[in-house]
Ligand binder design. Structure first.
Ligand SMILES: [Fe+2]
Ligand SMILES: [Fe+2]
Length: 168
């Protein structure tokens, strides 16, 4: 059985993964409206990854005999200052998620809950990849100063990204 505290914190994390799905989808819509369909694809794929993250927690809570407590998902930001600012926001977001996962792991360790500990390891590894990916994309945007013809080159690169359910 999950402790009430861990169950609550896992549910909060699940909600924040659903919110991330929404936020990235909103970023996809922003780029789509600028006719940068490759960028839109990049964030659409990211949005699908976040949905996967949320559902993985959903199933884990249920497998542990807990209650998957679906909460309201907040409205995402729909106004963006510039293409570059979107990537800055994305990296900041991933850093916050890493902190939240680490806090969850601290709780699992302090409660000696080995199942939650083992489950969360996947997220800890995943966040290394998420931050690396977001960091590299931001670095490329900084090289082209977020504008000009460079946008079209990156648009082609980002059009190649596809969603494959991450390895469990
Ligand atoms: Fe996530
Ligand atoms: Fe993420």
């Amino acid at each position: 059985m999950l402790s009430e505290k861990l169950q609550n914190e896992l549910n909060t994390q699940m909600n924040s993964e659903f919110f991330a799905e929404y936020e990235y989808l909103s970023m996809a819509a922003y780029f789509h409206s600028m006719n940068l369909d490759g960028f839109a694809n990049y964030f659409h794929v990211q949005s699908q990854e976040e949905h996967f993250h949320a559902m993985k927690i959903f199933h884990f809570i249920l497998d542990k005999g807990g209650k998957a407590d679906l909460q309201q998902i907040a409205k995402p930001n729909t106004e963006f200052k510039s293409p570059l600012s979107v990537f800055e926001t994305a990296l900041e977001h991933e850093k916050k998620v890493t902190k939240a996962i680490n806090k969850l792991m601290d709780e699992a360790i302090s409660e000696n809950d080995h199942a939650v500990n083992s489950f969360l390891r996947w997220y800890i590894d995943e966040q290394v990849e998420e931050e690396s990916l977001a960091g590299k994309a931001l670095a490329k945007m900084q090289i082209i100063k977020g504008q000009g013809e460079g946008l079209l080159i990156l648009d082609q690169e980002f059009a190649q990204r596809t969603f494959a359910p991450p390895k469990e």
